[in-house]
Design a protein around this ligand. Structure first.
Ligand code: RB5
Length: 161
């Protein structure tokens, strides 16, 4: 078993549709020395994914955690919720290439996967690559900085709603 060099604790959340995969991901991380805070859900009883997505996203947004992982059936709902929070760059990665690129180019700080889309073995590879791949910075950093400058434009158009 190879260790994961990523040091900071990871906050982990899921809904019922991805509970089984969340348990596997949690075990994968703890077995490799990564500290995990699991905010639930704790079983397969139906829950609402935003309740868990919000907790992970808020705590990454506030910089309490550097990285988070969210899982739901497809990964779609969790990504939508998480990306509402400032400073959160949640990436839905149900394949390895996207996981690597979400770190290299997008400096993703939340990894989202779909428990009804991928299996345990692929999820483990994705988690591993996502935690170990560094951000390339440079031109990608200045692109990320534009996210914040869009706030003023967004406010101008929001008045139409
Ligand atoms: C739950 O049935 C499902 O809708 C949820 O896990 C997720 O896939 C939503 O995007």
């Amino acid at each position: 078993m190879s260790a994961i060099s990523h040091q900071s604790p990871v906050i982990l959340g899921c809904d019922h549709a991805a509970f089984a995969l969340k348990q596997k991901v949690k075990a994968y991380l703890t077995d490799r020395g990564v500290e995990v805070l699991d905010v639930g859900t704790a079983g397969e009883t139906s829950v609402d994914y935003p309740d868990f997505g919000v907790e992970v996203a808020a705590r990454v947004s506030s910089a309490e955690f550097e990285r988070g992982i969210l899982l739901c059936g497809t990964g779609l709902g969790m990504s939508m919720v998480a990306n509402k929070f400032p400073h959160v760059r949640a990436a839905l990665c149900n394949d390895l290439f996207s996981a690597i690129m979400s770190r290299r180019h997008n400096n993703a700080n939340i990894l989202v996967m779909g428990g009804r889309v991928i299996g345990e073995a692929l999820a483990a590879e994705i988690v591993d690559a996502w935690l170990e791949t560094p951000f390339e910075g440079g031109r990608h950093q200045s692109r990320l900085e534009k996210f914040d400058s869009y706030e003023a434009i967004k406010k101008r158009y929001d008045k139409n709603r």
